[in-house]
Design a protein around this ligand. Structure first.
Ligand code: PEP
Length: 252
């Protein structure tokens, strides 16, 4: 049985006080959400305060990114994965499409970030997903395969329980346009097949594959009914506690 994960990506929103307020508003609303793991990803500057204020709660805190570098040193502006861990994070998103498309991150960099997150003891949430042009050109699977194979390079069997894949079609992120449950299921099953080829069927059967892209309270239940959808990575709709809690309680 794979335990679902519902993760909120707060992107570059909210000052520290606003982040704490959102986390504390969310806390009682999801206190009895034992059916899934809840993760929130505030901006770097708020991680420590939010994690401290959530101590004793089951809500986990994630970084939205980390450095490819694992050695502390002269890397101005970078934040190492073990610094995120030190601040109270347990998870780290890597390869978000905004990082890939706005900042030009390559699969090799995403792979280094995933390895750095794992080495620091974090769970890496590896994002993959095709653009609309790639989907319409019939290349969606090839793109996702390349991102998976590139992002997972050099991972070992002992890392696999700390890898979560988020399938986030770029055309669905922040656009209000969601993949249909069938489109999500089709790609999630493909992700699991690629993972099985790369590692083992057994590891693939344990892999959590999240869907991301305009997830809202009114579309989460249909997505979660799909066999290979094990949760969601939620952007815009995670910025308001009631709305995010409704998504987390998709089973009600
Ligand atoms: C995201 O940021 O990962 C995301 C899926 O955003 P949204 O839910 O706003 O589409």
């Amino acid at each position: 049985m794979r335990k679902p994960v519902i993760a909120g990506n707060w992107k570059m929103y909210k000052l520290i006080a606003e982040s704490v307020a959102l986390a504390l508003d969310l806390k009682p609303l999801v206190a009895n959400a034992n059916h899934c793991e809840v993760v929130i990803a505030p901006v770097f500057t708020a991680i420590k305060t939010v994690a401290d204020r959530l101590e004793g709660s089951s809500i986990r805190v994630a970084g939205q990114d980390c450095s490819t570098e694992t050695q502390h040193g002269a890397h101005t502006g970078e934040v190492a994965a073990d610094m995120l861990r030190d601040a109270g994070a347990t998870h780290c998103i890597v390869g978000h499409s905004e990082r890939r498309h706005i900042y030009g991150e390559t699969d090799a960099q995403v792979n280094s970030k995933a390895l750095a997150a794992l080495a620091a003891g974090l769970t890496a949430i590896l994002c993959v997903g095709e653009t609309l042009e790639q989907r319409e050109g019939g290349d969606a699977e090839a793109v996702v395969r390349r991102q998976l194979e590139g992002g997972l390079r050099d991972l070992t069997a002992s890392d696999l329980d700390r890898i979560i894949v988020a399938y986030e079609p770029v055309w669905a992120i922040g656009t209000g346009r969601t993949a249909t449950p069938e489109q999500a299921q089709e790609m999630h099953a493909f992700v699991r097949r690629v993972f099985a080829e790369r590692f083992s069927k057994e590891a693939a059967s344990r892999l959590r594959v999240l869907y991301g892209g305009s997830v809202k309270p009114d579309n989460i239940a249909g997505l979660m009914k799909q066999t290979d959808v094990d949760g969601a990575l939620v952007g815009g709709a995670s910025l308001e506690a009631e709305t995010f809690a409704q998504i987390i309680h998709y089973d009600r």
